[in-house]
Design a protein around this ligand. Sequence first.
Ligand code: DGY
Length: 328
Amino acid sequence: MNKRILVTGRLPEQIMTNLSENYQAEMNLDDRPYERERLLEGIKDKEGFISMITDRVDDEFLDRADHLKIIAHLGVGYNNIDVKAATNRGILVSNTPGVLTDATAELAFALILATARKLVELDRITREGRFQYWAPMLFLGTEVTGKTLGIIGMGKIGKAVAERARGFKMRILYHNRNRIAVSEEKDLMAEHVDMETLLSQSDFISLHVPLTEETRHLIGREELSLMKPTAYLINTSRGPVVDEQALLVSLRNGQIGGAGLDVYEHEPALTPGLVELDNVILLPHVGSGTLETRIRMANMAVANLDAGLSGKVPPNLVNPEVLPIRRL
Ligand code: DGY
């Protein structure tokens, strides 16, 4: 008898077909996340779970998941999963690192360029028929080439953003819990600085930290007040890393130049007032949103699931401490 699994997000067709051939699979065929009740009901008899960032995996959920052996999360960030609680119950947890690095770095860079040159606002102006003549001082943006980029969080994605910034001859500052190897700093032409230096000297600040208790509201009123009045804040990491209310105030008062956001503190809700502002670009959490990347993420999640359900160690296990007590 095939093992029972739950997949709460619609995945690329071929991958869904393979899953249904190999497992007794309950799969979400819509692009709308599972409601809480359906999720709690759905997990009851399942041994494997391909989870989405919209699924809250907490004690309430895990208490229903008596047969669950692996949570193969689709995503690199897994702050929606209480990993400690899963570990205590002997459940493996895996994620999908690496395969979404380029897509996310591309989006961060797209936001750097788009905020600098006001692409969204100018598109709207043009569509509304407000481009009626050319004049040298109209519709001006700011140049990216040669400016200073501050990267907070120099993991895989932060480094990929730095690589792209080199092409724009940017000065690259970074802040990270641990300094990266000096040889890597040289390759990336990136300089490790403290937060205050990064905040006060950068023209663009791009966030690439995971969401943890230490990084929640890493950027708040005080940090925003250190930024240049012309600087832009780019967030493709997790919404709660930024105090969105404080950001709203500084955008509204022109304390910073603008922001490019892909993620939100209370996702998918936006802080009231944000949509009225022209100096912010708002995207619907699409950092890893390319078809190529989503195929790679789904294949990786399936490989982790397969390994976990056949007694092997999933290649992208995030809680190796579970191994001695894993459910078999
Ligand atoms: C990730 O992988 O963390 C992306 O934000 C999508 O969940």
